[in-house]
Design a protein around this ligand. Sequence first.
Ligand code: AVJ
Length: 316
Amino acid sequence: MSFSFTDFPADRDDLRSDVLAGLAAVPKAIPPKYFYDEQGCRLFEAICAQPEYALCRTERALMAARLPAIAAAVGPVDCIVEPGAGECAKVRLLLDALRPAHLVCLDIAGAPLAAAAQALSRDYPELAVTALGMDFIHDLEAAAPHLPAGRRLVYYPGSSIGNFPPDAAADLLGRFRRLAGAEGRLLIGFDLKKDPLRLHAAYNDAAGVTAAFNLNLLHRLNRELGADFEPGRFRHYAFYNPVAGRVEMHLVSLAEQDVRVAGQRFHFALGETLHTEHSYKFGCDEFSALARSAGWQLANEWQHDGFAVQLYGSIV
Ligand code: AVJ
């Protein structure tokens, strides 16, 4: 059994500067990667258990049902790289089917990642597990020295790619391609465009878990930056925008108010938004065109109940 964890704590400083810049912008906005402190990770897992939010369940069902075909299409790999691995739960199916020698998992939430990757490494005694606590959006290239030689598969499930506007998504996919190398492959899951009322419900669950997830961002800023947000004075507001093809999540100020964050004062007008997330939805052809612009050639695709998984190789 081999397990290693490397933390990249320099990323911590980004929270303060990103939040201060985001609160000074018009409209105010905070990058969605900051949802995922320990409480945010727990709330995201709880979202995945809500009846309205089928995304995680649908992807799991698709991967389980099509695993033999997916594994055959991927072919032999020496190393799986998973950015945003979280609980390292999804990759287990692929480990079983592909039996690579190495797994390199990356996540901005370093402590939960280390725990999950170590538990995984106990269950896969033959596997060399490398966990990197890093903000890969910022720091992906720093993972390169930790990758073994050989054929690499970048695994990016869960439709996290939908958090990026198209330009940034293409940029990230291009960086995945450079990390994977010429022989590299990409297996990526994304949520498809569908009935807007289904999308609306998925981000407005009746139990209020998505609202709690969104508002946890304010609690986090209070905890970590000594901010004085009153979360009760902000409304979780999420809707599908069919023109832009994305779900938008906002925290809308219910009052005119001032908030102090890291010693600076920010004014919110009544009804002013703090934008917290875009979650883009795609058509299969739309997505493969985006990936192609980043140098990825579509090899295969699988779909189930409004969700898609696509396999790519490098354009030669
Ligand atoms: C983890 C980015 C795929 O955008 O649907 C869930 C995060 N936000 N509910 C998504 C999320 C609100 C999720 N991703």
